[in-house]
Design a binder for this molecule. Structure first.
Ligand SMILES: [Fe+2]
Length: 466
């Protein structure tokens, strides 16, 4: 095995220079969310079965799927790589293998710090960049995501073929930090260079969601769809975003159609985000008073396959949503047993499960079992810590909506009015928010205020359908 350099000057151990070119090609698919990443990696490993970075990448991709079975595969890969010793490897390769090993142990703080160390030495290492980002995202720390990008951005030349991916990553991180104007500028710049860059399209969609630009958000996603629709299952998340805009406009039929035709069209692939998108959308539809029929049951088998996953609290809570909403008591019990063990494990996500996840899980169960007051108390107790489960502000907003719903169902009308006031202040264009606010006034016998809120909801509905 020799040492070769790729086009960025990064060193790799491989059996031939052809492997480096193929790894480069693999990276271009990885950065572009292309569906052929696995296929390219498999072909590369067939010809160069002991290339360390290719093997490490196999472990990384397995971990990114968040499936228990794939965790075992990643662990075996890490053990093989570390068993071979680091002596003959370059500094960067050895650090990546260490990161895979530590990731498999569950210490995400340490894993992320190794990737950040790699970036100190090699700011053009897009694997470390993407994985650090992934980890910061699921640690719920938007500032870490943003700062990680800021530290490397000056090293990326505008002419670099991945430059737009990097500013697209930065754009989303900025959006999550509330820096909407800058986020939109970087996101649009990335999309102008490459409209197939689904993550950058997504970053701008987030800005529009945060700023309640509903119709503009739909147009943005739909008009660019011919470009981004060739990416992997991440494309369904863009459809999910489109649904959020339609939902705010009261266009429930479109939402149901997108759910049925797209969001649940590939559940067999076991991509965790598919289930998160669908579960989150169904729960929102119900909060909007939409009859969803037997759609929870459609998701149930896919959710049950993931009861034993222990990678992402955020994703597991969405699987639990499906299981409790489908009324599967046995699976609910199994999942809660699993959660309790996870919460005691002490690993990074286990600590998040202990601190926040268990309360959210209990709230989900209590909401479905007719105990809204307990649900309200569980949610209210940790409402300022939701971000610790990771995911985006838009995704976690479901728990804010649930808290407001729980207040109403528990006849806590003062709290409902207060939460309604918060929501109409934050989201003045939200029909749902004004309806909830109006309901609170109605229950409190404040009829004039109730009428004002309901009239505002009606005006928003009419305006969005002019
Ligand atoms: Fe998103």
């Amino acid at each position: 095995m020799e040492t070769y350099r790729d086009s960025q000057g990064l060193e790799y151990s491989a059996s031939s220079s052809a492997s480096i070119e193929r790894f480069d090609d693999l990276m271009s698919s990885f950065m572009g969310y292309k569906p052929d990443v696995g296929m390219k990696l498999k072909a590369l490993l067939k010809d160069d079965p002991s290339m360390p970075m290719a093997l490490c990448m196999k472990g990384y991709l397995a971990k990114m799927m968040g499936l228990k079975a794939l965790h075992e595969r990643a662990l075996a890969m890490a053990e093989t790589l570390t068993g071979n010793g680091f002596d003959r490897l370059g500094h960067r390769e050895a650090m990546h293998i260490k990161a895979l090993e530590v990731w498999c142990s569950g210490d995400l703080e340490k894993t992320a710090s190794i990737w950040e160390q790699i970036l100190l030495h090699y700011p053009l290492d897009c694997i470390a960049l993407r994985l650090a980002y992934f980890n910061h995202f699921y640690s719920g720390d938007a500032r870490r995501m943003r700062d990680s990008l800021m530290r490397v951005l000056p090293f990326w030349e505008q002419a670099h073929p991945y430059y737009h991916y990097v500013i697209g990553l930065y754009a989303f991180a900025l959006e999550e930090c509330g820096e909407f104007e800058l986020a939109e500028r970087y996101g649009r710049e990335a999309v102008a260079v490459n409209p197939q860059d689904a993550w950058s399209v997504h970053a701008v969609a987030h800005v529009m969601e945060s700023q309640e630009r509903h119709q503009e958000g739909i147009d943005w996603i739909v008009n660019l769809e011919p470009h981004w629709s060739a990416v992997n299952n991440f494309r369904f998340h863009l459809h999910w975003h489109r649904c959020l805009f339609h939902l705010e406009k009261g266009e429930h039929e479109q939402v149901l159609d997108i759910h049925d035709q797209l969001l649940v069209s590939d559940l067999d692939s076991d991509f965790y985000l598919d289930l998160c998108n669908a579960a989150s959308l169904l729960w929102r539809l119900e909060l909007h008073g939409v009859e969803i029929g037997g759609r929870w049951q459609v998701l149930l088998e896919a959710a049950k396959r993931r009861i034993e996953d222990r990678d992402l609290v955020f994703a597991s809570l969405h699987y639990l949503m499906v299981i409790v909403a489908a009324g599967d008591c046995q699976s609910t019990k199994s999942m809660m047993d699993q959660f309790r063990h996870w919460a005691d494990s002490g690993d990074t996500q286990g600590q998040i499960m202990h601190r926040v996840g268990m309360s959210l899980a209990n709230a989900l169960i209590n909401m479905r079992q007719g105990k809204p007051d307990q649900a309200f108390q569980s949610l209210a107790g940790i409402r300022y810590e939701y971000d610790r489960i990771g995911g985006s502000i838009a995704q976690r907003d479901l728990f804010n909506m649930m808290l407001l719903d729980a207040a109403g169902q528990a006849c806590r009308h003062l709290e409902m009015r207060a939460l309604g006031a918060e929501r109409v202040t934050l989201r003045p264009q939200s029909r749902w928010a004004w309806l909830q606010y109006g309901q609170a006034f109605k229950h409190l016998q404040e009829q004039v205020k109730a009428k004002e809120a309901f009239d505002q909801a009606l005006r928003l509905y009419s305006n969005s359908h002019d």
